[in-house]
Design a protein around this ligand. Structure first.
Ligand code: IPE
Ligand code: MG
Length: 228
């Protein structure tokens, strides 16, 4: 979800106004995902690296997360959305953390849309956390006996924060930036990438549907010569 700051700057507004406008886009896109029957949607809201921003901006982003949970979770719950997070959420301000945990717990049974929000997320850290988990398992079970699974891609994936969620079919990046910014490095191996110049606050339902239509036209070969 990129381009909030530039959207605001173009309007001579403070960056925070861009983030506020960005929350509206989140609602629209989540709603469109529900209507379209998309089963998994993952939003990159706050990276590990975003702590470097001025503390006022970081605080406002946290407040917007509070606001989103306070105002949206009840209806998302009714619509069958499971609210989840990836990333080190324990570093969030305590009251925000509490809200996040409640939102996750109260929607845990839902299956219509798995909505994952990346918060204090970094893909390299996620990969290192998976390696640490595997090392701990190996220490506890040195002979590789009882119940241990050989280390293959499936096993490794099951140690990532996204365990149980399929790899993304489509990555959408707004605001024209052409980089991954430490997002889902393992999971995006064969994802289709769609980059739009639109800033996140301007990215609407029609833009999302256009990205999905373009995705539908892509030929995915996964290294083979024929499309799958
Ligand atoms: C939103 O856009 C990203 C976050 C919510 C952290 P930016 O804040 O990165 O906007 P630009 O890149 O300055 O335009
Ligand atoms: Mg940015």
């Amino acid at each position: 979800m990129d381009g909030n700051g530039r959207w605001a700057k173009e309007r001579n507004l403070p960056r925070v106004a861009g983030h506020r406008a960005g929350v509206k886009t989140v609602k629209t896109i989540v709603q469109t995902a529900i209507e379209t029957g998309i089963p998994y949607l993952t939003l990159y809201a706050f990276s590990q690296e975003n702590w470097k921003r001025p503390k006022e901006e970081v605080s406002l982003l946290m407040e917007l997360l509070d606001y989103f949970i306070d105002h949206e979770i009840r209806s998302l719950k009714k619509e069958g959305v499971s609210f989840r997070t990836i990333g080190h959420i324990e570093a969030l301000p305590p009251h925000t953390l509490e809200k996040v945990r409640q939102a996750v717990a109260s929607t845990a049974e839902n299956r219509k849309l798995i909505l994952t929000i990346a918060l204090n997320y970094g893909a390299r850290t996620e990969i290192l956390d998976a390696v640490r988990k595997l090392l701990r398992e190996a220490e506890q079970n040195p002979a590789g006996g009882n119940g241990s699974h050989p280390l293959d891609e499936q096993k490794f994936s099951s140690c990532l924060y996204t365990a149980g969620v399929p790899d993304p079919d489509l990555l959408i990046r707004t605001s024209g930036e052409m980089r991954l910014s430490n997002f889902l490095l393992w999971q995006l191996s064969y994802s289709e990438i769609y980059i739009t110049r639109k800033y996140w606050p301007d990215f609407g339902k029609a833009d999302f549907l256009k990205a999905i239509r373009e995705y539908a036209r892509r030929e995915r070969r996964f290294g083979d010569v024929r499309a799958l």
